[in-house]
Design a protein around this ligand. Structure first.
Ligand code: ATP
Ligand code: MG
Length: 315
């Protein structure tokens, strides 16, 4: 059976404040979903309800179609979660930490041994299996935590900001682990503040703001809906381009949707169309007598959608 995760009108109030407000969402199959939202949006609270760490005030959570409230044990038997990263005892080795976790979950010794080998390999920690965790970098500790999460071979994997606090290499390693999980037929649902990471590994994106789900859709749909797919580049010039006439002239170039001034020598140029249109616009900009010295993509499409939706939510 394909893995699934579902929230039905899930609500959690703390006092009168609804940290999660009537959240309904259904994820089906082996895929990776990025769960986005500003600080305090209710992401961790949602993940905790999926894993029975806190009870919903209303509504229900399901893992693989099994209600967490009705049959906690069975629902969570196919679910692995890493929420609010626990500290591993510094004097334990990854192998010992995994043994302990397996024993606590009631796994058979042979099973623990086999899975330990697999998960340590999966998070690329095999060569560190018998070194004390206390000496590890933050990224290595996080990989051990992910290994612990995967020990019971869960079909549904929930991760709360798995790469927060890691350096770029640590983040890249976590991304590569997440991709691998999807490849193995698992459903990965992870919260993140790192939009580029979500763009990189996710099929779908959900955006939560003040407890409310603003959207849940494929990443492709979410970004394509953005102003007809226009993308912007920031272009820098040797000569001043702050003049309104210069901007007006650039705005009339083919494939250009609009132009705005960033500063005296930099413009943001919105381009109608995909990579081909962008290549044509850059060529035209380079041909202008202002000396194009550089350009880079403006905010990513997902970032535009994120900021716009969060702002609308505030209004
Ligand atoms: N145990 C609690 N008691 C009271 N309020 C809480 C509790 N846990 C969370 N909250 C509140 O619920 C809201 C949602 O918190 P939550 O931690 O789920 O947000 P989040 O999206 O995970 O944020 P972040 O991105 O900062 O991790 C916040 O306003 C928070 O203060
Ligand atoms: Mg959180």
């Amino acid at each position: 059976m394909a893995p699934s995760l579902e929230a039905r009108a899930l609500t959690r109030r703390f006092g009168t404040y609804a940290a999660v407000d009537n959240l309904s969402l259904r994820v089906d199959g082996a895929k990776c979903v990025g769960f986005l939202g500003p600080n305090g949006a209710g992401k961790t609270t949602t993940l905790k309800m999926f894993t029975n760490l806190i009870f919903p005030t209303q509504g229900e959570a399901f893992v693989n179609g099994i209600s967490v409230a009705e049959d906690r044990k069975r629902a969570l038997s196919s679910c692995g979660a890493l929420i609010e990263t626990p500290e591993i005892y510094p004097s334990l080795t990854p192998r010992e930490a995994l043994e302990l976790a397996g024993a606590l979950r009631g796994m058979a010794s042979a099973d623990i041994r086999d899975r330990t080998r697999v998960v340590l390999e999966q998070v690329k920690m095999t060569e560190w299996s018998d070194q004390k965790v206390g000496k590890f970098s933050k990224g290595m500790k996080q990989r051990v935590n992910i290994a612990i999460t995967l020990l019971s071979d869960p079909e549904v994997v929930l991760l709360d900001e798995p790469s927060t606090g890691l350096d770029p290499r640590g983040m890249a390693e976590v991304r590569s682990i997440i991709r691998g999980l999807k490849g193995e037929g698992r459903l990965v649902f992870f919260s993140s503040h790192i939009l580029s990471e979500v763009v990189d590994v996710c099929d779908d994106v959900a955006l939560l703001n003040r407890g409310k789900l603003l959207f849940y859709d494929t990443l492709a749909n979410v970004t394509a809906n953005l102003s007809g797919g226009a993308t912007s580049v920031d272009a820098s010039f040797v000569a001043p381009v702050g003049d309104v006439d210069v901007q007006g002239k650039i705005a009339t170039l083919g494939d250009v949707a609009s132009v705005s001034r960033l500063d005296e020598r930099r413009l943001s140029v919105a381009i109608k169309g995909g990579p081909d249109a962008r290549a044509r616009v850059l060529k035209q900009l380079a041909d202008l007598p202002f000396g194009l010295v550089g350009f880079h993509e403006s905010r990513s499409a997902l970032e535009e959608v994120y900021l716009r939706e969060i702002q609308t939510g505030e209004a």
